[in-house]
Design a protein around this ligand. Sequence first.
Ligand code: IMP
Ligand code: MG
Length: 178
Amino acid sequence: MNQVQLKDKKFSLFIEEERILASIVALAEKINIDYKDKNPLFIGVLNGSFMFASDLLKNISLDCEISFVKISSYDGTSSTGKINNLIGLNQDISGRDVIVLEDIVDTGNTIENLYNTIIAKNPNSIKFATLLLKPDVYKKSIKLDYVAISIANDFIVGYGLDYDGLGRNLRDIYKITK
Ligand code: IMP
Ligand code: MG
């Protein structure tokens, strides 16, 4: 499928599943090395990160746990800058080595908010892993420790990412056509 239409917008094929999965395997290998002999707690950010979290964890060979939080900041195709905390962290994370899993980091508002929430709960360490990064937009100082793929500032859908709720089920990633 080279083109998809979601509501009023058209999208064209941008990153194929094969490349997505290869970049996730490479990222998992780094985590397997960096967290050798540790028992990290992954925290996936819903909704967007569900596919990334699933494919990443299948390639993690450490003893590990996963939990999810649900946050939303996007409306249609742009960031609102306002974070809605929909499902919080209900687990004791003190002393844990936390790795936050994001689908995409854009302005960084979401991860900044999460950083502040998580650090207040006294983890031993906190790192961020994201499938996608828009480096031209990201202006925050929080270090992104694991980035699978960097992209230009275009709106994308697929592989967990949505436009107005649609497109999350697509295996590949598609870019909006102007
Ligand atoms: P941030 O808070 O601006 O960094 O935005 C992060 C969140 O906005 C991500 O977790 C996504 O859910 C959503 N988002 C950012 N860029 C895109 C995009 O291009 N397509 C779909 N969702 C996006
Ligand atoms: Mg998200």
